[in-house]
Design a protein around this ligand. Structure first.
Ligand SMILES: Cc1cc2nc3c(=O)[nH]c(=O)nc-3n(C[C@H](O)[C@H](O)[C@H](O)COP(=O)(O)O)c2cc1C
Length: 304
């Protein structure tokens, strides 16, 4: 049975990865599971300098989901390389580094630094953050900025570039096409959905930041639709994510058009989710006499 898939020039031994920000820097989960069984390890977003993040509370449980406003806390490029890279580089599976910036130049500088590091599997561009030079406009919801940021990173690195799409757009199609045209090797779909929750006892927002990103099972149908729409519009592979808890969820994403999947919020309450997904995927393939996981990608039967 072939489980391996390609994300640009990067080969993953299987299509099951983790979603940035839900798996720390890998090392935190290493006592709980053998990271070398994953398709890839994807780390929390890194920008050039360290970031303290938002005040607490930063998370709130909602019906079938999680709200978070962590504020992209992180150690910065140097801190990451010093603290986490020595562990990550010993893994047999690739590390995908999620990067972000507040200007196009910053994204490019972070991409250049990780290109120079050597041994990185791929870079995932988190474009769901504001550009301080464009009045706070989010890169991922502005076609011109999205194209500029991917182009700028493409110029400084040959590493596979994965653009992580924002769901906060009317149609994902032009954004997916813009990322592809600017040189992205793959797309991750999707990032969290902007949302909020209120405690009626205090009439205060449940997050100190008032609003945050919604993730978990409640966003899965939205993510599936976006994957399906984008897959029809681009030729580059898609990593599908949003509420995956089971093999059934993951298979839905593959059938909708994803080449690989990422488990996010589920890692917080069941760190073995990725393995359960992988085992269930293999069982499904055996039951359906499939020998190659790529047969599933985009196999949705629409119409009669
Ligand atoms: C606590 C938390 C932190 C996150 N941090 C990042 C991040 O740093 N960069 C990023 O691109 N996405 C981040 N995400 C979004 C996830 O990678 C993923 O796109 C989203 O959670 C949807 O998947 P899920 O429903 O399986 O969690 C974060 C999500 C959560 C819940």
């Amino acid at each position: 049975m072939n489980l391996s898939v390609k994300i640009g020039a990067l080969t993953l031994q299987n299509p099951v990865t983790v979603a940035s920000g839900t798996f720390g820097y890998g090392v935190e989960y290493s006592p709980l599971l053998d990271l070398n069984q994953l398709g890839a390890v994807v780390v929390k977003g890194i920008r050039l300098d360290p970031v303290r993040g938002n005040p607490t509370p930063r998370t709130a449980e909602v019906t079938s989901g999680l709200l978070n406003a962590i504020g992209l806390q992180g150690p910065g490029v140097d801190g990451f390389i010093r603290k986490y890279w020595p562990f990550l580089k010993t893994l047999k599976v690739p590390t995908i580094i999620n990067i972000w910036g507040t200007t196009i130049e910053e994204y490019a500088e972070v991409a250049r630094r990780f290109d120079a590091l050597g041994g990185v599997g791929a870079l995932e561009l988190n474009v769901s953050c504001p550009n301080i030079k464009a009045g706070g406009s989010q890169f991922g919801t502005d076609l011109k900025l999205l194209s500029q940021v991917v182009t700028a990173c493409r110029k400084v690195t040959k590493l596979p570039l994965i653009t992580k799409m924002s769901p906060n757009v009317v149609s994902i199609v032009p954004y997916a096409q813009a990322a592809e045209a600017a040189g992205s090797d793959a797309l991750s779909i999707m990032n969290s959905f902007p949302a909020m929750a209120i405690d009626i006892a205090t009439r205060r927002p449940r997050l100190a930041n008032v609003t945050g990103g919604l993730t978990g099972p409640c966003i899965k149908p939205i993510a599936l639709k976006l994957v399906w729409e984008a897959a029809k519009a681009v030729r580059i592979p898609i990593i599908g994510m949003g509420g995956i808890q089971t093999a059934t969820d993951a298979i839905e994403f593959l059938v909708a058009g994803a080449t690989a999947v990422a488990v996010g919020t589920a890692n917080f309450y069941e760190p073995q989710t990725t393995f359960q997904v992988l085992a269930g995927l293999q069982e499904y393939m055996e039951r359906h006499r499939m020998t190659d996981v790529r047969e599933l990608t985009g196999s949705l039967r629409v119409g009669s």
